[in-house]
Design a protein around this ligand. Structure first.
Ligand code: LMR
Length: 396
């Protein structure tokens, strides 16, 4: 039976991580997967996480199953972090999920089962797994333009015109709360207000992927899109991830927060989300959620976390600036200063597929095929190798 099964294409992001591991060249550089690295190229465990784990080791009394929805304290604090007092807690149906991807999948399952016929609109470009997750859940996807023709800024009018012309009442629009993946280009507050208004006038549901909270400008600043959406929408969904901002990648911690128009609707939606979780992975893993809840629930650990998050954000910002300066000093003839307007872990470099291939095969520098660079993978010691190689790639 299995002999007839064809080989699947490698994942466009995780497949490159496998290829990078197999590459024997010592000077290789990995700028693919969105994982934070420090100046030494390591992905550290945050000090606040270590402290929370020490507390948990002493205080945890059971490894018994969590409820289908997850740890109540985690859900309360996760809602507060993403939504603050923008909406009353009683109108939020929340489930703890295995990472942000888990939250997107539960949302997709919920839409497929309960809002039949709704399509999910994703930006072009977007994180490649968005379409796979929604389509696997049985939801059709459509796409709206996001990048201007010169690939340096947001094409707001193209985005709004497409959604206005082709969107249907009940369709869902997937938006990136901050640090757009892969472009690093975010709407301004005014642009968010226009997006919120268009979706409200067309009866479309915002579904906000919040994977990089705190990596843009700060915890409150990165919520600006959600704030604008909440002014004009009684209903929206937020998929939060704690992989990057708590460095809890392999613990798989996320949350799906469904904001409803009434308390009763929230109770009903919650029951449906739990149905989806139960038939999928039954209930979420405890440890990562317990770490996040311990940190957010302690004023001391929370302030330590905010400092560590600010340091990660600052290092990425500094490396983006130094990369732009480094490219300028190669006299390659390409002005990379547009990268300075981008936010978060990623930068859309403008490198084309041939240049990306050349960098990988000739120099052992791994970049996602779209030209997306993980800026957090740049370190003081690989910067000049990288800029020289990119200058060469763009001149061959
Ligand atoms: C990325 O875009 O690199 C991250 O979101 C990690 C992933 O799962 O793809």
């Amino acid at each position: 039976m299995f002999e007839s099964i064809a080989l699947a294409a490698p994942d466009p992001i995780l497949g490159l991580t496998d290829a990078f591991r197999a590459d024997a060249r010592p000077e290789k550089i990995n700028l693919t997967i969105g994982v934070y690295r420090d100046a030494e190229g390591q992905t550290p465990i945050l000090e606040c996480v270590k402290a929370a784990e020490r507390l948990l080791l002493e205080s945890e009394k059971t490894k018994g199953y969590l409820g289908i929805e997850g740890l109540p304290e985690f859900l309360r604090l996760a809602s507060d972090l993403a939504l603050g007092d923008l909406v009353p807690a009683s109108r939020v149906a929340a489930v703890q999920t295995p990472g942000g991807t888990g939250a997107l999948k539960v949302a997709g399952d919920f839409l497929a089962a309960n809002l039949r016929g709704s399509r999910v609109w994703t930006s072009t470009p977007t994180w490649p797994n968005h379409t796979s997750v929604f389509e696997t859940a049985g939801v059709a996807t459509e796409s709206y333009p996001y990048l201007s023709a010169d690939r340096k800024s947001l094409d707001l009018s193209g985005m709004l015109e497409t959604l206005e012309r082709d969107g249907r009442i009940g369709d869902v629009v997937c938006l990136h709360a901050c640090c757009h993946n892969p472009t690093g280009i975010d709407p301004t507050r005014q642009q968010w207000a226009e997006i919120a208004e268009l979706l409200a006038s067309r009866g479309m549901l915002p579904l906000i992927d919040f994977a990089y909270h705190g990596f843009g400008e700060g915890l409150l600043e990165d919520r600006v899109g959600i704030q604008e959406i909440s002014k004009q929408h009684q209903e929206f969904m937020v998929c939060s991830s704690y992989s990057k901002n708590f460095g809890l990648y392999s613990e798989r911690v996320g949350a799906l927060l469904s904001v409803c128009s009434t308390d009763q609707a929230a109770t009903h939606v919650s029951s449906r989300l739990k149905q989806s979780v139960r038939s999928n992975y039954s209930n979420p893993p405890r440890h990562g959620g317990a770490i996040v809840a311990t940190i957010l629930g302690s004023s001391e650990l929370r302030s330590q976390w905010e400092q560590e998050l600010a340091a990660m954000r600052g290092r990425i910002h500094e490396m983006r600036t130094r990369f732009v300066e480094g490219m300028a000093s190669t006299n390659c003839g390409v002005d990379y200063s547009f990268l300075l307007d981008q936010r978060g872990m990623f930068s859309f470099s403008g490198l084309n597929a041939m240049q990306v291939d050349w960098l990988r095969s000739e120099r052992g520098i791994y970049i996602v095929g779209s030209g997306r660079i993980n800026v957090a993978g740049i370190t003081p010691s690989n910067l000049s190798i990288l800029t020289a190689a990119i200058a060469e790639a763009t001149s061959v």
